[in-house]
Design a protein around this ligand. Structure first.
Ligand code: FES
Ligand SMILES: [Fe+2]
Length: 371
């Protein structure tokens, strides 16, 4: 059904069928951060949702993080209501027990010696799980598919010295992951949403020109000197006496990476936008740096302000999106958003056909906008 037809039907009060599960616009077969590492300790079972899949996570007595589908394969009660002894999860309903790391059933208490059921053939749903940069990452393989022979490692934040500070921030956005992602890469909202005395004002708006280049699964804002009107960059330049360069990458499914270097000083950050449900996503932001003048508390103060500004805007936007409006993507400020949709479509197409993934960019491009 076309969007226009759907709009007309909805205006007439006709209930329009929501997209089906397969249609929710999620990218499967990627790693997503589920919870912070610090949240799983002892024999606690913790719940999370990724791509509308309910998960139960925990940590074995050996310290290994695990993620299972939060649903007992017997009658579907969430396994998180059960009991975890450091090795197996026991369902709260009929006491079936599952090995936490493999999700293989190890006991069905109701079986008698006459019963033929092979307990070890019963499995709960389970997902590969890795801890990195303070997050528990879960590899979300598509429903009804087998895991690949080798699952690539979970993504790691690039760091450039032995010692560094690191901090994490998170914020929920009441929107589809696509809106969260294009909000993240949108250069034009800065002067309006992120007005702060310490950063910039609406009056500092000026024309910019940035070079972009294709990279596997994404695109890069080529190394450049960051905008001169931002106080933190000025300070960095003064301290090191050297030039400052910034490189910003976007990589599917959901990752924005930024690196700032000036002499031996560096700052590295990663924001991921993770789909929780089709109407909810979460930004997980992690930053590391060796800048001696930037204490963690100060960075968190600024970082939280930024995230809150984005969050408040997206809460307001969600109000408008409820009515399924027609939207626009304009050049050049929305070109990165167009590339994102292009990358996503091309990835799905290459997975469908088995052919190599086409890149929506033919080569390096210069974009111009005012912000
Ligand atoms: S529902 Fe879990 S053991 Fe029956
Ligand atoms: Fe923003």
């Amino acid at each position: 059904m076309s969007e226009a037809v759907r709009n007309i039907l909805q205006a007439d009060g006709v209930a329009v069928k929501e997209p089906t599960r397969d249609d929710a616009g999620f990218l499967w077969d990627f790693w997503y951060p589920a919870v912070r590492s610090t949240e799983i300790r002892g024999n606690k079972l913790v719940t999370a949702m990724l791509l509308e899949v309910p998960l139960v996570l925990g940590r074995t007595a050996e310290g290994k993080a695990f993620a299972m589908r939060d649903s007992c394969p017997h009658r579907g009660i969430p396994l998180s209501y059960g009991h975890f002894d450091g090795a197996t999860v026991e369902c709260s309903y009929h006491g079936w027990r599952f090995d936490a790391c493999t999700a293989r059933c190890v006991e069905i208490p109701s079986l008698t010696s006459q019963d033929k059921l092979k307990v070890e053939r019963v499995f709960a749903g389970h997902y590969p799980c890795e801890e990195r940069d303070g997050y528990v990452w879960v590899y979300m393989n598509a429903p009804g598919t087998r895991l690949p022979e080798t699952v690539p490692g979970a993504p790691a934040l690039p760091v450039f010295s032995k010692k560094y500070k690191i901090t994490h921030l998170a914020c929920d956005l009441p929107s589809h992951v696509d809106q969260g992602i294009i909000g993240l890469m949108d250069p034009a909202h800065g002067p309006f949403v992120h007005q702060s005395w310490f950063w910039r004002s609406k009056h500092s708006i000026h024309e910019k020109q940035k070079q972009f280049e294709p990279i596997p699964y994404g695109f890069r804002m080529s190394p450049h000197s960051p905008s001169s009107n931002s106080a933190p960059y000025q300070l960095l330049k003064r301290i090191t006496g050297e030039g400052v360069t910034t490189t910003i990458d976007f990589v599917l499914p959901n990752m924005r990476l930024e690196e700032i270097h000036s002499g031996k000083m560096w700052f590295s950050s990663r924001a991921t936008v993770t789909p929780v449900r089709r109407d909810l996503c979460r930004i997980d932001f992690v930053a590391a740096w060796n800048l001696p003048f930037l204490p963690v508390f100060l960075f968190r103060m600024f970082g939280k302000t930024f995230l809150r500004q984005d969050q408040e805007t997206m809460i307001k936007q969600a109000e408008g999106l409820k009515h399924d409006p027609k939207l626009m993507l304009i050049d050049d400020a929305d070109r990165p958003a167009k590339w994102y949709f292009g990358l996503k479509a091309n990835l799905l197409e290459s997975r469908r056909t088995g052919a190599a993934m086409a890149h929506p960019m033919a080569g390096p491009v210069t974009l111009r906008w005012r912000s």
